[in-house]
Structures are given as C-alpha cells and as structure tokens.
Write a protein that binds this ligand. Structure first.
Ligand code: ZN
Length: 127
C-alpha cells in the first residue's frame, strides 16, 4: 500500500520535501528520487521513526521514515522517506517498478497539491 493511503500520512504530509530531478524527464526505471522530510517537532519525529508499513515490493514490515547516514556512518538529523526495505535488509526491494511507482505517485500527489502547500510553520518555543 502506498504511504498516500496510510492514515499516518495526513500527520506528516506537510513535512514531505519532494525533489524533482532533471532526470525525471527521462523515463528510467532505475530512477530513484530521494524524498526528504522537513524537520519535524521532536514528538512527531519520534512517531515517524517508529512508524511501520509494508514494503511496496516484498510486503515485509519496515520503517519508511529513516535518518540519513553521514559519511562517517553515523545518523544525521535529516530524515527521508523510503517505499521499500533498506538496502541493508534487502538489496533488491528498492530497485524495480514497484518502488518507482510509489515515488511517482508521491511526486504526482505533491505536484497536484502545489500551491495549496506551505512549508510547516516553526513551532514557537513556549518553555
Ligand atoms: Zn522489501
């Protein structure tokens, strides 16, 4: 199932930062756009990292919201969305038409939503 159909999507949709690459114009199946997430409030960030769904390819339960690893192998503060198992778990999942279809669906969704969207407002620190 696409993340677009998950109830949790509504909670995090404003944080999706979908990039469009020039290569999008070339219809290559290997194309795997990265979908970054804007910085979330800590509670929501934790919820996103705990959130699980089925891999669009193999159906295994996995964590679609992950922290990017830096060059030193440590996790950074930048989160991204992945439609499939991580490369470490199952190398073949991220390749192929099903993963591509999911990224395409998300890209299309946000293209349509464009104009209605605004970047998430920074939360005021009250305490
Ligand atoms: Zn998988």
């Amino acid at each position: 199932m696409s993340i677009l159909n998950e109830p949790f999507f509504k909670k995090v949709e404003d944080y999706f930062n979908v990039h469009t690459y020039k290569a999008d114009r070339v219809d290559k199946v290997e194309l795997r756009p990265w979908i970054d997430m804007f910085r979330m409030p800590p509670d929501l960030e934790r919820e996103a990292l705990d959130f699980t769904k089925a891999c669009v390819k193999c159906g295994d339960t996995m964590h679609p919201f992950r922290m990017r690893k830096g060059k030193n192998g440590r996790f950074t503060k930048s989160m991204y969305y992945a439609a499939t198992c991580s490369q470490d778990d199952n190398k073949t999942c991220s390749k192929g038409p099903l993963a591509h279809k999911e990224y395409k669906a998300i890209t299309t969704y946000f293209k349509k939503e464009k104009g209605k969207r605004r970047p998430p407002t920074k939360q005021l620190m009250l305490f």
